[in-house]
Design a protein around this ligand. Structure first.
Ligand code: HEC
Ligand code: HEC
Ligand SMILES: [Ca+2]
Ligand SMILES: [Ca+2]
Ligand SMILES: [Ca+2]
Ligand SMILES: [Ca+2]
Length: 645
């Protein structure tokens, strides 16, 4: 035990004696089976580490800050991000605002409420099928009386990277003078359409018309997946402007709002980045407001931020985290408390770094069939014109070199690793193998930023008019038939289907296709029973899976060990449990005799403080109030609200 660990233990023992009732409230399950504590879990899958606000840093030498974790212990950063995504936040964290399950947010009519807010303590309240993954499948009261179906966000990093890259590719064509925005004359010169080729052999996708509706003034007519804002002669956003008028606005800028089913023409969808899709639902569902200088770091005022620590640009033009940070503590956290519950900085910039890191690296869905079935399946979908919208593959370009002249640079595949999952015919099930996308340089993990072919995602990321079958009548009476082509990966585990979850079979979802998909739907309807069965089986084979229990080769020796030894303990079959890849791997408890006298293997951790870096200077929280010592104005006095109170 290092002296720092001892320090943490002493500190936590002191805290424990001072405030036992508070400790008993922990929703984490980090205690050891046999200890008599309520907070145990022999499976080891529960969140083990206490909630400590993460401290954002750019400086990798600040030990325990987020830049340090990305560089020196990136699998711990992944796990902490997973925990942010799946943690059940408690009253001591400031969960919910003054109300629970209140109506919030306006519909297009301006007065009708759009959602039931403050309705869940965790993302995993809705994204939990299978449990402990970013799955989906639940419905919640949003937009209409039918509600909205929660999609999974497996492969979220790939989706985000495609979106940011697609914007860059369009910009590279139309922003000819390379100043980061589209002037009226550049719009005119675009020739009236812009196409992006998704992958080498893919058909170019038409993303609409960049030209302004009245020539040198008006609005562009890009596909509804994009949201546009208007800028002055220097490319600076003009708040509230709704078109290029040649007086105050001289051009536009845009983002690809890749996430969300769709909100109707002119309203695009929900969120453009993963970081945004963290702080937004934290606020909406859990009443937790994030303070995020990363999002507002936009020195030239064009509405696009510098890249986050994980490398994603943000779009403050349209999406800003709810805690503006008007009053900063001397230690640098926000004291704004927008929801007036006394809890400050409920979600920190560092928490978002980690949560985004998990989403960036979240493994993608798998195909549970043979290579032959996959190959033929794509051909059948192409024959039925499904692939006109459900585009199978996208390519992520490698990172541009520094001398690439365009300001719209490609960032490369920013992930740390790829989990390749395939169907093992001998074993009869899915198994995986982890491929490193980094190079180890001493203690540092340096990402490669190579290219990557995203296979089997099946979306063109466009919004389409889908006709009557997919009509949504909003709470306020608005009518919407325009929806984003949902990625079909994972669709076989997607029960139920459609934006409203009203389709209880995949075939029903296909038969609801109309509008722009009418011809394709007809081809399906009139095909032979054999073809139909093949399509449905093909789609059913695109599945989600439980990341952490699936057998997987994670040490790169090409085999899945039946007795994978970590820290001297047999963890049974090798699987994708990132705790085994920490700088200080988790050591499990091992054989344990349960209440029935049966010996089982306990996966509870015996070295949680070391493994989870609880003694690192920027993570240490001596009084366990969620405020790390470096941010705690009373580091030995428990004060959940701001470190003191
Ligand atoms: C109350 C249920 C609920 C909770 C809690 C919830 N979500 Fe969602 N999520 C949804 C629904 C429903 C949608 C689709 C909304 C729409 O498009 O109208 C969605 C969409 C998403 C998407 C976009 C998926 C896609 O394919 O477009 C992401 C990413 C996501 N949620 C992440 C999160 C994260 C991260 C959290 C926690 C901070 C969270 N969600 C909390 C229900 C929920
Ligand atoms: C014109 C574009 C287009 C074509 C062509 C098209 N789709 Fe779709 N598809 C969509 C859109 C948009 C949705 C989302 C509709 C909604 O839920 O509101 C969708 C939804 C689906 C869903 C449900 C996905 C989910 O997660 O709930 C399935 C399954 C599906 N499509 C399969 C097919 C098949 C099979 C074909 C060919 C027979 C096809 N689609 C043709 C655009 C298209
Ligand atoms: Ca320009
Ligand atoms: Ca608050
Ligand atoms: Ca503290
Ligand atoms: Ca304190």
């Amino acid at each position: 035990m290092s002296s720092r660990t001892i320090h943490w233990f002493i500190a936590s023992l002191t805290a424990a004696t001072l405030c036992t009732p508070a400790l008993a409230q922990f929703a984490e399950r980090g205690s050891l089976p046999g200890s008599g504590a309520p907070s145990i879990d022999c499976s080891g899958r529960s969140i083990k580490a206490p909630r400590i606000r993460a401290v954002h840093t750019d400086d990798t030498s600040l030990v325990g800050g987020t830049a340090y974790l990305f560089e020196y212990d990136p699998f711990l950063a992944y796990q902490l991000g997973r925990n942010i995504n799946f943690r059940e936040f408690r009253d001591r964290d400031g969960v919910f605002s003054s109300k629970v399950a209140n109506l919030g947010g306006p519909m297009p009519d301006g007065t009708t409420a759009k959602i039931t807010a403050n309705n869940h303590t965790s993302c995993s309240g809705c994204h939990n099928l299978p449990q402990g993954t970013p799955g989906g499948g639940t419905n919640f009261h949003k937009d209409s009386g039918m509600g909205r179906n929660a999609p999974h966000y497996f492969g979220a990093g790939l989706v985000e990277m495609i979106a940011i890259q697609t914007r860059a590719k369009i910009m590279r064509v139309i922003d000819t003078n390379n100043d980061g925005w589209v002037s009226a004359s550049e719009a005119t010169a675009s020739g009236g359409r812009v196409d992006v080729r998704p992958a080498e052999f893919g058909r170019p996708i038409n993303f609409g018309n960049p030209m302004l509706s009245n020539g040198s003034t008006g609005k562009p007519r890009l596909n509804n997946i994009f949201r546009v804002w208007y800028v002055d002669a220097n490319g600076v956003q003009v708040p509230g402007a709704t078109e290029v008028d040649g007086q105050t606005t001289f051009g536009y800028n845009f983002e690809m709002v890749v996430w969300g089913w769709g909100q109707g023409p002119g309203r695009s969808a929900l969120n453009p980045t993963n970081r945004t899709f963290l702080w937004d639902p934290f606020n909406a569902h859990s009443g937790l407001q994030a303070f995020d200088p990363t999002t507002t770091n936009d020195p030239d005022g064009d509405g696009v931020s510098e890249p986050s620590l994980a490398g994603a640009i943000q779009f403050p033009a349209t999406h800003r985290a709810p805690d503006a940070g008007n009053t900063l503590d001397a230690k640098g956290f926000s004291r704004d408390d927008p929801d007036n519950d006394g809890h400050m900085s409920e979600i920190t910039e560092g928490d978002l770094d980690l949560g985004e890191w998990f989403m960036l690296n979240a493994p993608q869905p798998a195909f549970k069939g043979t290579a032959w079935e996959y190959h033929i399946g794509i051909q059948v979908l192409a024959y039925l014109h499904c692939t006109d919208c459900h585009t199978p593959n996208w390519f992520i370009e490698p990172r541009d070199s520094a001398d690439e002249p365009s300001v719209h640079k490609f960032a490369g595949d920013r992930r740390l690793f790829d989990l390749t999952v395939y169907n093992d015919l001998m074993r009869g099930g899915l198994q995986g193998s982890m491929r490193k996308l980094y190079t180890q340089q001493g203690d540092r993990y340096v990402r490669n930023f190579d290219g990557y072919l995203v296979q089997g995602i099946f979306t063109d990321f466009r919004h389409h008019d889908m006709g009557e079958g997919f009509t949504e009548i909003g709470f306020d009476g608005t009518v919407n038939t325009t929806w984003r082509t949902p990625p079909l990966w994972g669709v076989g585990s997607g029960f139920p289907w459609g934006h409203d979850g009203q389709s209880l079979s995949i075939e029903d979802a296909i038969l609801r296709h109309g509008g722009e998909a009418q011809g394709s739907k007809r081809l399906y309807q009139f095909s032979t029973p054999y073809v139909k069965r093949f399509v449905l089986e093909f789609l059913s084979n695109m599945v989600l899976y439980d990341y952490e229990t699936m057998p997987a080769d994670i040490d790169g020796d090409g085999q899945i060990s039946p007795n994978f030894v970590v820290s001297g303990m047999d963890t049974e079959e090798e699987r994708f449990n990132v705790e085994w890849l920490f700088k200080n791997p988790l050591k499990i408890q091992g054989p344990f005799t349960n209440v029935d006298g049966i010996s089982i293997r306990s996966f509870a951790g015996t070295n949680i403080p070391q493994a989870y870096g609880l003694d690192l200077p920027y993570r240490r929280d001596s009084d366990l109030d969620g405020w790390p010592d470096v941010w705690d104005n009373a580091p030995t006095l428990t004060g959940y609200k701001d470190g003191v109170n």
